[in-house]
Design a protein around this ligand. Structure first.
Ligand code: ADP
Ligand code: MG
Length: 350
């Protein structure tokens, strides 16, 4: 578990791997599992047909039997929450191909029907962190203001998932105090868990999806829910630019678009444009991470400006922050090529 880690960031990125269970469809097709966990930190890949086994090591490896609660604990999200309460910018993001369990891990399964609630035991990392944070703030005794924003990056354009007016893409700006921020993004103050859950539901229902040969409602966008934590007792600097989010601790949850290659999905036309923008952000993210991890390049310029995604994650990746990556994979043989590319991307990030 990463829960007992020392204070503060020892490495800028911590990586956890989650293997989802075989789906009913995979089982029906008689798919074999090619992934085996040995111990709590090693994943063994056995290619079908008896090729050589490959092993990958991560901060934690969570097999298909692990519950949502197990995942929340193993990810050490509470530690990130404590850092955010002390003014750090922390990010949790899920990475993997479409259908690998990214959204399930962050927000749980979708409701099974109108008015059918999702059992609390299936709540994702986000809901669990929300509950923890509100409880923690209540027991702090000091006045804390909590705010939230929820946005989507689609084709390198930023869309506000909580906007009240008719939706239009918003510009990303930079200033010395705030770093990168989204202009005119709606940032909503909340005081209760119920109010925050409502914001989450509003945003989730507005996320884009498009019919796709790999998955009926595959996510072609990156979704970022950010919690802003400010202590009222500290001397507050007013935001330099009107309409910019408040300065303070931040906790950001990012549900990345599917990492699969364009070729595998038969993308054409508009979908090709989507795939290119997605790959551009994910490539930029991978590039920034690899430069951040290279000790020789530590002081050098990190190209956060290469994509909207890396601009908005710059403070948790580069500055006062901690980033947790949850890499998600399917155990099935059919997904092995994409699984290997996810495992390599995730390995390079630690
Ligand atoms: P992604 O967001 O990566 O495209 P999803 O989170 O939508 O993938 O997961 C794909 C499907 O698998 C969904 O039906 C989801 O409910 C299911 N699923 C994913 N992870 C798990 C899990 N750990 N346990 C049970 N079902 C899961
Ligand atoms: Mg998803």
């Amino acid at each position: 578990s990463l829960e007992q880690g020392p204070e503060g960031p020892e490495t800028p990125i911590q990586v956890v791997l989650r293997v989802r269970p075989m789906s009913a469809a995979e089982l029906r097709r008689g798919q074999q599992s090619v992934l085996h966990c040995s111990g709590t930190r090693t994943l063994q890949v056995s290619p079908p047909g008896g090729g050589p086994e490959v092993a990958f090591r991560f901060g934690a490896v969570l097999d298909a039997a692990r519950t949502q609660e197990d995942v929340f604990r193993a990810c050490g999200v509470r530690r990130l929450g404590e850092l955010a309460l002390r003014g750090f910018s922390c990010t949790v993001f899920t990475f993997g191909q479409t259908g690998s369990g990214k959204t399930y891990t962050l927000t749980g399964p979708p409701p099974q029907g109108e008015g059918v609630p999702v059992p609390p035991s299936l709540a994702g990392i986000m809901q669990r962190t929300f509950a923890w944070l509100l409880d923690r703030v209540q027991h702090l005794g000091a006045p804390v203001t909590l705010r939230a924003s929820y946005l989507e990056i689609y084709n390198e354009q930023v869309w506000d998932l909580l906007s009240l007016g008719s939706p239009r893409p918003l510009p990303v700006r930079w200033n010395k105090t705030q770093g990168f921020y989204v202009e005119r993004l709606r940032v909503v103050e909340f005081r209760s868990l119920e109010a925050l859950m409502e914001l989450l539901q509003t945003g989730l229902s507005r996320r884009r999806s498009s019919a796709h040969t790999l998955n009926q409602a595959s996510s072609r966008s990156h979704a970022l829910l950010t919690l802003y934590i400010s202590h009222q007792t500290a001397q507050q600097m007013p935001p330099v630019d009107p309409g910019a989010p408040p300065v303070g601790g931040k906790l950001c949850f990012v549900d990345l678009a599917g990492s699969e290659k364009v070729a595998a999905t038969g993308s054409r036309g508009e979908l090709m444009l989507e795939a290119n923008s997605i790959n551009r952000s994910l490539l930029a993210l991978g590039h920034c991470i690899s430069l951040l991890l290279d000790p020789q390049r530590k002081q050098s310029h990190i190209p956060f400006r290469d994509s909207k995604l890396t601009k908005l994650l710059a403070d948790s990746l580069g500055g006062r922050g901690v980033t947790l990556m949850v890499a998600c994979v399917s155990p099935s043989a059919q997904c092995l090529p994409e699984t290997l590319s996810t495992l390599r991307y995730a390995s390079r990030a630690q």
